[in-house]
Design a protein around this ligand. Sequence first.
Ligand code: NDP
Ligand code: 8X3
Length: 255
Amino acid sequence: MALVLVTGASSGFGLATARTFAEAGHAVAIGARREERLARLAEELRSLGAPSVFARALDVTDRKSIDFFRDELADAIGVPDTLVNNAGLARGTERVADAEGIAWREMIETNLLGSLWMTRSFLPAMLERGSGHVIYVGSVAGHKGYAGGSVYCATKAGILRICEALRLETLGRGIRVTTVDPGAAETEFSIVRFSGDEAAAEKVYDGYEPLHAQDVADCVYFAATRPPHVNIDEIKVMPTAQADPWHVARTTEPS
Ligand code: NDP
Ligand code: 8X3
């Protein structure tokens, strides 16, 4: 039994990941901004078999929120064995020449700085203990840029470099570092990207079967449950109908 902390657990990959670990009998800590969703999920995780569940509001762009979450978790259960840095978002599809910069800041503060500060907050205790696993949810967007995705892609490419640096900085100290990099998956991701425009979001998944949240949760779970001497550096996982961020084989074109 391990303690697994999942950020962004109120939806999508994070929610599926929390359920997967709970079903396997692990203690689970969940954080996100939408507290009412976390409260409902906490009940479900208990009924699925998690021996203990810790659920608190968490905003990864706010260091005070991160520190409060860490300290409360330490008092309630302890130091996580696995930290899943999943919270993140794309906002809009602005091209660089047209951008206002507001969405840039939101993506950088959430995807890059948020996951960095989470790691900064939990890694020292993992190092002290001599074991721990930090898993990032990156993206295929970190492997290839696309028009309208410059800053989102940059945040996910940054995660790849952060993982490489972390593996070197923690070498020999019992720490594992993994990135799971999915392609298109139907979650609330596109609804958030298009700021609530559900019709625009649905078109992203027209004419092919995207990944499901559970597909990504399975990858996170696989990486986390290898024996301690095995580090999965990176899992890149895409729908069979997708070759890279903007090349998708559709049976019908989006209307
Ligand atoms: P969802 O929108 O369904 O879930 C995103 C989660 O992140 C929500 O739980 C949200 O919770 C949380 N979140 C966002 N901002 C913050 C914040 N400031 N503090 C804490 N939690 C936050 O999308 P996905 O599940 O698809 O996305 C999860 C991760 O996967 C993201 O990093 C995304 O970039 C990445 N990804 C998604 C892909 C896709 O096609 N869906 C493909 C590749 C990667 P709340 O709003 O309650 O805070
Ligand atoms: C999300 C996948 O291809 O929309 O990270 O950028 S993509």
